[in-house]
Design a protein around this ligand. Structure first.
Ligand code: SF4
Ligand code: F3S
Ligand code: FES
Length: 244
């Protein structure tokens, strides 16, 4: 049965903007992106919204719904209190292009600063490698990332402190972990993690892990093991003693 619901959507661009209310009918099974599309089709044809798969796999429809970084295509209206206006706004950690669309290109630029995969030479006569299944499984989780950048959006280091020039953020720490823990990789990223990517800025709030739509255990499985590598190298008292 169709019922009315109000969506308070941020409209504007880099110069500024404001929330506007739109009331539309919603039905069982709809997600926030469906409602935004209905509003776009019937009331606001110039409303900018980015999306692609509508299946939680392209990472395009990231926004903030009632203050929570979320994928619009995966947020069911049945999980929201529709007695209040549903607040939909663009991600805060990135510059607004228009309405619900933000410019996330900084993430791709920052990604280029991370040292690339550098495999060891093949170890079999046929020119291939032999690796343990357990080692493959360790990094498999990180490869589920859909680059929605919701974790970047929620992290206070980027969101509140605007440290984009210094800190690569949880998504890119997951990327670094996938490379660093790859059983064939021989590159050394530990110095960069400390000095260039400033992993020390992460104070393990776990907010990133809590918003990840792929349920990647960002903090515990990626960031903390990378921090341990940094600590082992630079802060282990025995190693420091031998360095002296
Ligand atoms: Fe999105 Fe999770 Fe990847 Fe972060 S780690 S970009 S929240 S899928
Ligand atoms: Fe930020 Fe995640 Fe660390 S939200 S502070 S990167 S645990
Ligand atoms: Fe692809 Fe939402 S439209 S993740």
């Amino acid at each position: 049965m169709a019922t009315p619901a109000t969506f308070r959507i941020w409209r504007g661009n880099a110069a500024g903007g404001a929330f506007q209310d739109y009331t539309t009918s919603v039905e069982e099974g709809m997600v926030v992106l469906d409602a935004v599309h209905r509003i776009q089709a019937q009331q606001a044809p110039d409303l900018a919204v980015r999306w692609n798969c509508k299946a939680g796999k392209c990472g395009s429809c990231s926004a903030e719904i009632n203050g929570m970084p979320s994928l619009m295509c995966m947020t069911r209206l049945s999980a929201i209190d529709l007695n209040m206006p549903v607040i939909v706004e663009p991600m805060h950690a990135f510059p607004v292009i228009r309405d619900l669309v933000t410019d996330v290109s900084w993430n791709f630029q920052a990604k280029k600063m991370i040292k690339q995969f550098k495999p060891r030479p093949p170890d079999a006569a046929d020119g291939t490698w032999r690796i343990q299944q357990a080692d493959v499984e360790r990094v498999q989780e990180f490869r589920k990332c859909i680059e929605c950048f919701l974790c970047q959006d929620v992290c206070h280091v980027l969101r509140e402190h605007n440290k984009h020039d210094e800190f690569i953020g949880p998504r890119l720490l997951v990327y670094a972990a996938a490379l660093e823990m790859h059983p064939l990789d021989t590159e050394d990223r530990v110095s960069d993690l400390r000095h260039k990517h400033n992993i020390g800025y992460c104070n393990i709030t776990t907010c990133c892990r809590q918003v990840c739509p792929e349920s990647i255990t960002i903090t515990e499985n990626a960031i903390i093991p990378l921090k341990e590598r940094v600590v082992d190298r630079y802060f282990d008292p025995l190693k420091r003693l031998f360095r002296i």
